[in-house]
Design a protein. Structure first.
Ligand code: FAD
Length: 277
């Protein structure tokens, strides 16, 4: 289908984008367009104004920020996947970004767009949840920061209010003691995850500070807290991986199939963490 008519403005800066967004109640941010444009074509959204933030200079970067790495919201998945700083200090993020869609999707889609869109089947939201990432938002009252746990509120729902922009994402630097894995089950190579699992922990004798987050097992990315406790205790985390989840049934799989996948993938992810991928 053809989208409903809309006006189009290019934002030159974050402040300019906020001004443009404030000028119309139904204005929408356009970043890589890979999630928004299909929804415009289906007329799920009919904004009267699209504010293109894709050319704002200085919002595409990966920077060293002390104990963290800062990623600009407009950084494309390909650049996240190939950033040397991420590959060195947080390879979980770069590895997962390299599994998103296909090369075309990775060269257009942005990390900020992926978070703002908050599709429960997306890869990076769960990875950032497992890492306790911080998400910076530019709102009417200035800049504020949310944890990933607080940012995702429901399917396609976030802490963003109308007219606000995600500007930066901060993830911790992992140490040599950290082990990690990201596993994604999908039917075709470029598809979204039927179920995905991000696992990270410290290994110093045993496993400590375990974090396991699930993709497509509920309305938001979910922490598998019973599985985390089992991993730390040396029990089988797979056996309890679906506790506290509410997976959907859709054309990719039934809720029951997803529960089974979560169990298998969590078991594999925790076994593979620190090993070969
Ligand atoms: P857009 O489409 O421009 O915007 C998406 C939404 O976020 C819109 O509501 C927009 O208003 C809002 N928005 C965008 N940027 C900001 C911002 N900085 N601040 C506030 N709001 C903002 N994703 C996966 O995770 N895994 C996959 O395997 C996968 N496969 C895909 C396969 C295909 C064929 C396609 C088309 C997409 C796929 N995606 C997948 C989604 C892809 O990663 C999208 O690019 C991403 O989800 C949205 O990023 P974007 O920059 O394109 O955002």
């Amino acid at each position: 289908m053809i989208p409903a008519p809309f006006d189009y403005e290019v934002a030159e800066s974050v402040d300019h984008a906020r001004e443009l967004l404030a000028s119309r109640e139904d204005a929408k941010v356009l970043a890589g367009g890979h999630s928004l444009l299909p929804l415009l074509r289906l007329r799920v959204f009919r904004p009267s104004l699209l504010v293109d933030v894709g050319r704002i200079e200085g919002l595409s970067y990966v920077r060293d920020a002390g104990s963290q790495l800062a990623i600009g919201a407009l950084t494309r998945h390909h650049d996240v996947a190939t950033a040397p700083l991420l590959q060195e200090h947080n390879p979980l993020v770069s590895y997962a970004a390299g599994l998103i869609g296909d090369p075309q999707v990775r060269h257009r889609g942005t990390i900020g767009g992926s978070l703002a869109h908050a599709d429960p089947a997306s890869d990076l939201p769960a990875v950032l949840l497992a890492l306790d990432a911080e998400i910076e938002i530019a709102g009417a009252d200035g800049i504020r920061t949310h944890t990933a746990a607080d940012f995702f509120r429901g399917a396609f729902e976030t802490a963003l209010a109308p007219g606000e922009l995600v500007t930066e994402i901060r993830v911790p630097k992992l140490s040599a003691e950290h082990i990690w894995s990201y596993l994604k089950f999908h039917r075709r190579a470029q598809d979204w995850a039927t179920v995905g699992v991000a696992a990270v922990a410290r290994r110093n004798g045993g496993v400590s500070e375990p974090a396991i987050a699930l993709v497509s097992m509920g309305a938001t990315p979910l922490r598998a807290s019973d599985a985390e406790a089992a991993w730390e205790a040396g029990d089988d985390p797979g056996a309890v991986a679906d506790h506290g989840t509410d997976p959907p049934s859709d054309t990719n799989g039934s809720a029951e199939f997803r529960r089974h996948l979560a169990q298998v993938l969590v078991r594999r992810a925790t076994e593979q963490a620190g090993g070969d991928r």
